[in-house]
Design a protein. Structure first.
Lengths: 121, 360
């Protein structure tokens, strides 16, 4: 089977030399500190952007409500309520599953205890 | 003396090259337009249990020869179809070929309703329930549990925390346990430079692009190499299909539930597994409580779960029957590549066979 083409071999040689250096670089504390700073800054920008959108949204909310239309806040509130409801339903389902399993386990334990206890008269 | 090709040979070569260029052009257009993408995860299966977004799949087979059944536990971060990319690149397919009864638990695509899913949700609820469903479906009294990457950590925690479950054999593939040895992730989280909440968005989850970008950063030349491979493979429909299937998966991350992410970051800070400090549901979890036969599989060129982070697991479990397999592969290549088909999977199958019984 023929090997890779010449251009690919050259790329592999260059990549083989450069990649370990770059990979070592991203494992350093300095890189991690820089990345952490950038990440926190982006998170803060995103938070402030959401805050600004919320403030601007108040104006548009009033306008939409005037014509009896739902605003973004209404949808957000509804989603939060649906999420809470879903969470409660899941909790209940899980409790039911656990109770069902424990009931079945008790049933199996009783059967084996009964079978173990039974013997010739 | 240089060999001069005959006119016929030259013509044939020109025809071949012209043909290849035409295929290149066609495949290039298809790739850029995003059309003709291969179907993935196509091995036939049935959903035998479902809770919320989590599904337990049983793969169809008329060749089952061994018991117990195998339950594959995948990571929470990416899509499970990497284990079934195509008919000739399928971890699941090879297990089926070997006569195993294969189940896989798929976590689905979390959204804001899953943001409160903690590690307890997975280890104390979904996984035990799935195991029970598997036993009922397979009519079995035990199983072999196989976890890959973070799924391997979940499998380890499940086996340690729930000794009442009939886990006969345990396999952890590329499952990191020493979080101080995870390169950039250790520097960011273990060293306290970044809090989990800085990465969690308004839905309460870590967005998929965060994880995708993190994996791109730890392999800086990955994107360029990927485009080099694309250029190299454009002439071959078969190679393109394989490239696109893998490419699709590498971009197909899922949101990571915020509650579980916060716990994971804390575990990294405490290096909890290695330091025997894992707490689930307020109770300590000790890997030394794992007593069943155990296999650890690790990749020598793994940049996500480096060997030094995976290696210590063999000394942490309490099993008497412990084996380790080290293979010349990367993290994904360990399970989805020619290396996987030729080396990893046959060795895993061999270990499972040695720890299984033939069906009468």
């Amino acid at each position: 089977m023929p090997g890779p083409p010449l251009w690919r071999q050259m790329y592999d040689r260059v990549e083989g030399a450069v990649a370990p250096l770059l990979e070592a670089g991203v494992r350093t504390g300095m890189f991690a500190s820089t990345l952490a700073t950038v990440t926190k800054a982006r998170a803060e920008l995103s938070r402030r952007g959401s805050q600004l959108a919320g403030d601007l949204g108040t104006v548009s909310t009033r306008g939409l409500h005037l014509v009896n239309l739902p605003a973004a806040d209404d949808v957000t509130r509804l989603r939060a309520e649906v999420r809470d409801l879903d969470r409660r339903v899941r909790d209940l389902s899980r409790q039911l599953d656990q109770a069902k399993w424990e009931g079945q386990a008790d049933g199996r334990d009783s059967k084996s205890a009964g079978a173990a206890g039974a013997g010739p008269d | 003396m240089a060999v001069i090709a005959s006119p016929l040979e030259l013509l044939a070569r020109v025809r071949t090259d012209a043909g290849r260029q035409a295929i290149r052009a066609r495949n290039g257009v298809k790739y850029c337009a995003g059309i003709g993408r291969p179907q993935v995860g196509q091995t036939p299966k049935d959903v035998v249990w479902k809770r919320d977004k989590v599904e337990l799949w049983r793969y169809r087979s008329d060749r089952r020869r061994w018991r117990p059944a195998v339950l594959v536990v995948y990571s929470l971060i990416c899509r499970s179809y990497v284990l079934d990319l195509s008919p000739d690149n399928s971890f699941v397919g090879q297990l089926l070929e070997a006569g195993l009864d294969v189940f896989l638990i798929d976590w689905g695509v979390p959204d804001e309703r899953d943001a409160d899913n903690s590690l307890e949700t997975y280890v104390d609820y979904y996984l035990p329930q799935a195991v029970r469903a598997l036993l009922a479906e397979a009519g079995a009294d035990g199983l072999t549990l196989l976890g890959y990457c973070l799924g391997g950590d979940l499998a380890l925690l499940l086996a340690a925390r729930h000794p009442e479950l009939p886990i006969r054999n345990l396999i952890a593939v590329a499952a990191p346990v020493d979080f101080a040895e995870m390169g950039m992730f250790s520097r960011l989280f273990s060293d306290g430079r970044l809090d989990a909440d800085a990465l969690i968005d308004a839905t309460g989850n870590v967005p998929p692009e965060i994880m995708r970008n993190a994996f791109r950063v730890i392999k800086p030349t990955g994107d360029v190499t990927s485009y080099v491979m694309l250029w190299q493979n454009l002439w071959s429909d078969e190679q393109m299909a394989a490239y696109q299937a893998m490419g699709q998966w590498t971009k197909d991350h899922v949101p990571f539930p915020g509650a579980a992410f916060r716990q994971l970051v804390q575990m990294m800070r405490d290096n909890a597994i290695v330091n025997d400090m894992v707490l689930l549901g307020g109770k300590p979890v000790h890997l030394t409580d794992i007593r069943c036969p155990f296999l650890s599989v690790l990749a020598e060129r793994d940049h996500i779960s480096p060997m030094t982070s995976v290696g210590p697991v063999v000394d942490l479990v309490g099993s008497a029957d412990v084996e380790e397999i080290r293979l010349p592969a990367g993290h994904v290549g360990l399970m989805a590549s020619r290396t996987a088909s030729k080396w990893t999977i046959p060795r895993i199958v061999d270990w499972i066979d040695r720890h299984s019984e033939e069906l009468s």
